[in-house]
Design a protein around this ligand. Structure first.
Ligand code: ADP
Ligand code: ZN
Ligand code: ZN
Length: 720
């Protein structure tokens, strides 16, 4: 008797698989990784085989056969990886497995099919006909001549009908072949000569090849933008391919890193597949299949590309490893950087994380190689920290130094980037007479005024309402608008730098498909002007001719009540600075109310090592990652009392299961979001696998309990 252990693919949290199915003769070829359609109660569900067995604990008469096998099996190590994600992030096996399934394998039978192309080839009779035997019309003759010139099967879709007639006469043979839908390759950046590696780059390459020839390993490549990290990735990829190994290259967001993608495509051509959400469903399916079949051996993509079906993986690269987009913010809340480590480790591959601003975690645990300077030899720009507490109230949102630098941009014409923490016009409005403030009815936050569209909007739930003319409490018409978002700053800058153009980049201006790339390339192509926007302006893109960068309110990220606030602020200031002054003089102005803050001081001094050492010390004292694992459990419900009751119960179930050194904090309120009251329980512990196991066990018991009815539960391991 052969039994398949099957994990049904459902979103239900309470289901505990795997379930046993009998494999009759018809299913003899089913193995671990096979995708099946199985009867499940009264439903039919898709399921993944996660194991085989000789016997079952179920009585033989209760065992049933699957209904059908769906498509090709998954590689076994991906099944392992999917199950691991389900466990490690306190999610479910099913949700973990969904991540490794072929794209478009279709929940409701809506699977995406391969594209089939009609092809025609000249037969012997056709060749004879051309040579003079038979009577041919001029069109038919030219069709046959084209096929003769092709010398093999050629696409036939355009002349389908006439070719069909020729087929009837035996002059051509028609056949169908599967073709891959390839995404258009991006064409940013030109093909370059391969430079001779610097000593530091060569050292990095040597370390990576040693890993490829041995049993893998981990390396942090620490270097500013332009220091030659990508060049190391490229040569290392070549080394892996030479050894017959596959490569995964993770990038924060494909739209933000067209240059990286195109450099891989320029160097490796068809051996590169890209996987990301901007592809059509058919393209995604076909790129996945090209990897699965081994036609492509390099996969470039955002976090989900860590699950690419590459066999014989040799190298995983995580570019811009500090980027928060590597963490998935919906269940399973996996961190692609940790999944990458796990996968590289399991497959004996080399892991390379590259960044100008390493995470404390990586600094602490990875061997590192520093690329100390920009490859073109240009110096890093000077960073001026200006104290906004000193400014005179009439100066508005810009420090005198900022204003002066912007004025100077006009003659001779130059380029600048201005980063603003928030989008919209004003983040906060209140009544000057009675103090009433405008807040979201669904969330516990203030509404943001957007001049475009003349609305006030909630940035959490999307609620919007028209701009008030008077106060609903006291009827006063005196309404104050506080602060400045990207919209307002754009207008203020435009006045200062007129007639230079300004370009605004934030999630409002980049909402439409392709808008993001267009704004960047307009700015890139402009002779002069200012790019103004949220954090998006500090990411990925590389402009050669930006002489000035400004950060408005650098400490907005410091004010977050979060242990990562320092790390984020340091990265933001450093990343923006790294993008200016290439190939010439550069100047960076940081406006802040906290000029003494460690993160800002160290960033201004280009001192990543100093910042990280201090930050690690602080984290050690406070028992924060990497010295402890954090797990946040959140309960959300319409009524505060329901969320509170569920949170208390979760805490009560969890407490006795936790390892001795663990700390349980809460239940504590979190701000109301999307009409849900929220409570959280936070666990901090040193022994990672024990604390994760305890949380999983406590919640498995809790979710079916009465207190959890109508309560949304979410678990975040390593919250960001
Ligand atoms: P990063 O990925 O760190 O931003 P890149 O690899 O893109 O850096 O390198 C920045 C620029 O310097 C690129 O134009 C690259 O071709 C060039 N470059 C990289 N390494 C060298 C080298 N060893 N010699 C000369 N030019 C180099
Ligand atoms: Zn009022
Ligand atoms: Zn809201």
């Amino acid at each position: 008797m052969t039994i398949a252990k099957v994990e049904p693919l459902t979103t239900a949290r309470a289901l505990r698989g795997p379930f046993d199915y009998l494999l009759g003769e018809r299913f003899a070829h089913v193995g671990v990784g096979s995708l099946l359609l199985v009867p499940f109660g009264r439903q039919r569900l898709r399921g993944v085989v996660t194991g085989l067995a000789e016997t079952s604990e179920l009585a033989p008469e209760r065992l049933v056969n699957p209904i059908a096998v769906l498509g090709d099996p998954l590689p076994e190590d991906l099944v392992e990886l999917g199950l691991w994600v389900g466990r490690e992030y306190c999610s479910t096996a099913s949700r973990g497995l969904e991540l490794v399934l072929p794209p478009g394998s279709g929940a409701a039978g809506g699977a995406i099919k391969a594209r089939v192309e009609l092809r025609a080839e000249l037969t012997k009779a056709g060749r004879d006909a051309l040579d003079g035997g038979e009577r041919l019309g001029p069109k038919q003759r030219s069709a046959l001549e084209r096929l003769a010139a092709a010398g093999g099967p050629a696409p036939a879709a355009d002349h389908r009908d006439s070719l069909k007639r020729l087929e009837k006469r035996g002059l051509v043979a028609l056949s169908e072949a599967e073709v891959s839908r390839r995404p258009d390759s991006v064409t940013v950046g030109v093909k370059r000569e391969q430079p001779v590696l610097t000593a530091a780059q060569a050292q990095a390459l040597e370390r990576i090849t040693a890993g490829l020839d041995g049993t893998g390993g981990e390396l942090l490549l620490h270097g500013v933008t332009g220091s030659g990290k990508t060049e190391v990735y490229l040569t290392a990829t070549e080394a892996a391919l030479e050894r017959g190994r596959g490569v995964i290259v993770l990038v924060p967001e494909i739209g933000l890193t067209p240059q990286t993608v195109s450099r891989f495509e320029a160097r490796f051509g068809d051996r590169v597949a890209v996987l990301h959400s901007g592809l059509s469903a058919g393209e995604r399916r076909d790129e996945w299949q090209r990897l699965r079949r081994g036609e492509a051996r390099v996969c470039v993509g955002p976090r989900s590309a860590v699950f690419a079906p590459l066999e014989g993986l040799g190298l995983v690269i995580v570019d811009e490893e500090h980027d928060s987009s590597y963490k998935q913010e919906s269940d399973p809340r996996y961190d692609a950087r940790d999944v990458a480590r796990r996968r590289a480790d399991a497959e004996g591959a080399m892991l390379v994380a590259g960044t100008a601003t390493p995470r404390p975690e990586s600094w602490d645990r990875l061997e590192r190689i520093v690329l100390p300077e920009r490859a073109d030899g240009s110096p890093m720009p000077g960073i001026e920290v200006v104290d906004m507490r000193e400014r005179d109230g009439r100066e508005g949102h810009f420090h005198a130094a900022t204003r002066e630098a912007l004025v100077r941009l006009v003659e001779p014409k130059g380029k600048a980037i201005v980063m603003v923490p928030r989008r919209g016009w004003s983040p906060f409005m209140d009544c000057r007479t009675c103090g009433h403030s405008w807040r979201c009815p669904n969330c516990d936050v203030s509404l943001v005024l957007h001049r475009a569209g003349d609305v006030m909007r909630c940035h959490h739930c999307g609620h919007s309402e028209s701009v008030p003319e008077r106060c609903p409490e006291c009827d006063s018409v005196s309404i104050a608008r506080h602060g400045a978002g990207s919209e307002r700053v754009s207008e203020l800058v435009a006045q200062i730098v007129s007639p230079l153009p300004v370009f605004r980049l934030d999630s409002d201006s980049a909402a439409r498909k392709g808008a993001h790339a267009r704004i960047l390339s307009e700015f890139d192509g402009a002779e002069s002007g200012v790019l103004i926007g949220t954090q998006m302006v500090a990411k990925g893109h590389d402009f050669e001719d930006v002489g000035l960068s400004v950060i408005i309110d650098a400490d907005s990220s410091l004010r977050f009540p979060d242990f990562r606030a320092e790390e984020r602020t340091f990265a933001l200031v450093s990343q923006l600075a790294g993008r200016s002054g290439r190939g010439g003089e550069g100047r960076v102005i940081v406006q802040t109310m906290a000029p003494g803050a460690e993160a800002i001081r160290r960033a201004a001094a280009h001192d990543a090592a100093g910042f990280l050492e201090g930050e690690l010390e602080r984290r050690r004292e406070l028992s924060y990652p990497p010295f402890a694992t954090l797990v946040r459990i959140e309960m959300a419900a319409r009524e505060a009392s329901a969320a509170e009751a569920a949170a208390r119960q979760a805490a009560a179930r969890l407490r006795p299961l936790l390892p001795r050194d663990a700390m349980l904090l809460g239940p504590a309120p979190r701000f109301r979001l999307r009409d849900r009251e929220r409570r959280q329980v936070l666990v901090k512990a040193q022994r990672r696998s024990e604390v994760i196991g305890a949380v999983r066990q406590a919640l498995e018991g809790a979710i079916t309990a009465k207190a959890f009815r109508g309560v949304q539960l979410s678990v975040d391991v390593d919250p960001q």
